[in-house]
Design a protein around this ligand. Structure first.
Ligand code: HEC
Ligand code: HEC
Ligand code: HEC
Length: 88
């Protein structure tokens, strides 16, 4: 029984990773922001953004302009100008 549960958890985890979208777009009034999850994941470890088991991260305006996106761009040389992220 224990083995079965572990196997099911592995399947669930693999499924989630396999289906993390390559790109995520955030439509908003300032202009659509495209986050390329695949490109970011190739350049850095999952742990650069995800604590523990990678899962959904909530991305709202404050998060995007701070800890979840922009703070790292300031530190590691990603885009920080409004229109580098927001495209109309
Ligand atoms: C640069 C930061 C960053 C890196 C690196 C990163 N992720 Fe993510 N990941 C995110 C963000 C942000 C989201 C939430 C996107 C959304 O749905 O708004 C996310 C979402 C996910 C999700 C949830 C998908 C969903 O919609 O439920 C999974 C699973 C995931 N990432 C796995 C991984 C794995 C595995 C790696 C390493 C190979 C990785 N991530 C690397 C930022 C990152
Ligand atoms: C842990 C660091 C880190 C985090 C967190 C991160 N980025 Fe980046 N991002 C980078 C780096 C470094 C680059 C520059 C890559 C290059 O040009 O080689 C980059 C490049 C980009 C680019 C331009 C290249 C492209 O993929 O089109 C966009 C747009 C971008 N990031 C959006 C986001 C958004 C939106 C988030 C939050 C959901 C985010 N990033 C989170 C490090 C990060
Ligand atoms: C690192 C990428 C990035 C940069 C740089 C950035 N933003 Fe954003 N911004 C986002 C993301 C992602 C969202 C959308 C979050 C969401 O979907 O709730 C957002 C949301 C917004 C919103 C909310 C719009 C709405 O409809 O609610 C405004 C306004 C905004 N940004 C203005 C700016 C301005 C002004 C700048 C420059 C000073 C800027 N942003 C720089 C990523 C960025």
């Amino acid at each position: 029984m224990k083995k079965l549960i572990v196997a099911m958890m592995l399947v669930a985890f693999t499924f989630a990773v396999a289906y993390a979208a390559d790109t995520v777009t955030y439509e908003n009034s300032k202009g659509t922001v495209t986050f390329n999850h695949k490109v970011h994941s190739e350049k850095m470890d999952c742990a650069a953004c995800h604590e523990g088991t990678p899962a959904k991260i909530v991305v709202d305006k404050d998060a995007a302009h701070g800890a979840v996106c922009k703070d790292c761009h300031k530190k590691d040389g990603g885009p920080t100008k409004c229109n580098d992220c927001h495209k109309k």
